[in-house]
Design a protein around this ligand. Structure first.
Ligand code: PBG
Length: 345
C-alpha cells in the first residue's frame, strides 16, 4: 500500500469519468481491490454437553450452542464450503467451574472431546482452541485471582498445561486470548519441548478490554459471574488493552512475534480497523481480525428489527476487514457467508 498522492490521476473530468469503471457488474468485479472468499473465514462454534442438543443464544441471533455430535456435523459442512478453520468454545456446566479453572486441564472437557471427535471423523478442517481460563473459572476471568489481582505468572503456568492438553487432543492452532505477559514464549517453549513442532500459535496479540464481548460471555456463561463478582475486579482492564491505544498494540504484536507466534489477531474488529492496518503494514505477518459477538449482535439485532439488511451489511463488513489488511476473519457469520459466496443462500 503506497502513498496514494504519488499516483494522482493525470486526466480531469470529462476525460476522466470515475463512473465508467462502476457502470457494469463486470467492470466492478474486474477492478475490485479486495476479495472475500470462504478461505478467509474462521468459524467459532460453542459447545454444550449431551447428544443431539442445541441451545439458542438470545443475544446472538442465528448462533446456537451445539452438542459435540452436532458440532462434528457442523464442522463437516464448514469444510465442504471451504472454510479452513473452526474455533471451539465451551459452555462449561456451572458445576464444573472452579476458582482455579481446573476443567481447562481436563483431557475430556468439552473442547478436548470435540477436538478428538472432529479428528476421528477425518474432517479436513483446522481446529483452533482458545487458551484462557474464562470458560472454566467461577469468576469469569481469563486467569486466576490471587489477593484480588489476576496473577500473571501463576496463570501462565496453568495456560501452558492447558495448551499441552489441547495439543494432545489434536488442536492445530492454539489461540491464547488471555493477554498475560510472557505466555506466548512459555507456551511455544513447552509445546516445542513436548514434540508438537508444527502446532500453530495465533496470538490474540492486540486484544482490547471491550464492551463488545458481552454476548460471547452470555454464550459461555461467564458474564454474570464477572459482573457479579465482589471478590475480584469486575472487568478485564488490568490485562486487556485500553481502547485509546494504538502504538501499544504494536509493542504487543512485536513481543508475541518475538516469542514465537505464527499469526496475530486484532480484537474487536470493525471499531479497530486502524489497528489491523497498522499491524499488517508494520509487521507483514498473517493478521487475523475478530468480528466479535457484540459486533455480530448489533448487525443481527438491527436486521431483525428491519432497520438494516442483515446479509448485506454482514457481507459488506467482511470485505471491509479484507480492505483494511486482514488475511482472515473470525466471524459468527462464517457459515452463512460461505453459503452465500457459494451461491447456496
Ligand atoms: C476470552 C475470550 C473472549 C472472546 C474470545 N475469547 C472474551 C473475553 O475476553 O471476555 C470474545 C469473543 C467475542 O466477543 O466474540 N478469553
Amino acid at each position: 500500500m503506497s502513498n496514494s498522492s504519488s499516483r494522482l490521476p493525470l486526466a480531469r473530468y470529462p476525460q476522466l469519468r470515475m463512473r465508467r469503471l462502476r457502470a457494469q457488474s463486470w467492470t466492478r468485479r474486474l477492478v475490485a481491490e479486495s476479495r472475500l472468499s470462504a478461505a478467509d473465514l474462521i468459524w467459532p462454534i460453542f459447545l454444550i454437553d449431551g447428544i443431539n442438543r442445541t441451545e439458542q443464544i438470545p443475544t446472538m441471533p442465528g448462533v446456537e450452542r451445539l452438542s459435540i455430535d452436532l458440532a462434528v456435523k457442523a464442522a463437516r459442512e464448514a469444510a465442504e464450503l471451504g472454510i479452513p478453520v473452526i474455533a471451539l468454545f465451551p459452555a462449561t456446566p456451572p458445576a464444573l467451574k472452579t476458582d482455579m479453572g481446573d476443567e481447562a486441564l481436563n483431557e475430556n472437557n468439552l473442547v478436548h472431546q470435540a477436538c478428538r471427535a472432529i479428528k476421528a471423523a477425518r474432517i479436513p478442517i483446522g481446529i483452533m482452541v482458545d487458551i484462557a481460563l474464562d470458560p472454566y473459572t467461577t469468576h469469569g476471568h481469563d486467569g486466576i485471582a490471587l489477593d484480588g489481582r489476576i496473577a500473571n505468572d501463576e496463570t501462565v503456568d496453568i495456560l501452558v498445561r492447558q495448551a499441552l492438553a489441547s495439543c494432545a487432543a489434536g488442536a492445530e492452532i492454539l489461540s491464547p486470548s488471555d493477554m498475560m505477559d510472557g505466555r506466548i514464549g512459555a507456551i511455544r517453549t513447552a509445546v516445542e519441548a513436548a514434540g508438537y513442532k508444527d502446532v500453530l500459535i495465533l496470538s490474540y496479540a492486540a486484544k482490547y478490554a471491550s464492551g463488545f464481548y458481552g454476548p460471547y460471555r452470555d454464550a459461555i456463561g461467564s458474564g454474570k459471574a464477572l459482573a457479579g463478582s465482589t471478590l475480584y475486579p469486575s472487568d478485564k482492564s488490568t490485562y486487556q488493552m485500553d481502547s485509546a491505544n494504538a502504538h501499544e498494540a504494536m509493542r504487543e504484536v512485536a513481543l508475541d512475534l518475538a516469542e514465537g507466534a505464527d499469526m496475530v489477531m486484532v480484537k474487536p474488529g470493525l471499531p479497530y480497523l486502524d489497528i489491523i492496518r497498522m499491524v499488517k503494514e508494520t509487521f507483514a505477518v498473517p493478521t487475523v481480525a475478530y468480528q466479535v459477538s457484540g459486533e455480530y449482535a448489533m448487525l443481527m439485532a438491527a436486521s431483525e428489527r428491519g432497520f438494516l439488511d442483515g446479509p448485506r451489511v454482514l457481507m459488506e463488513s467482511l470485505v471491509c476487514f479484507k480492505r483494511a489488511g486482514a488475511d482472515a476473519i473470525v466471524t459468527y457469520y462464517a457459515l452463512e457467508a460461505a453459503r452465500r459466496l457459494a451461491g447456496k443462500a
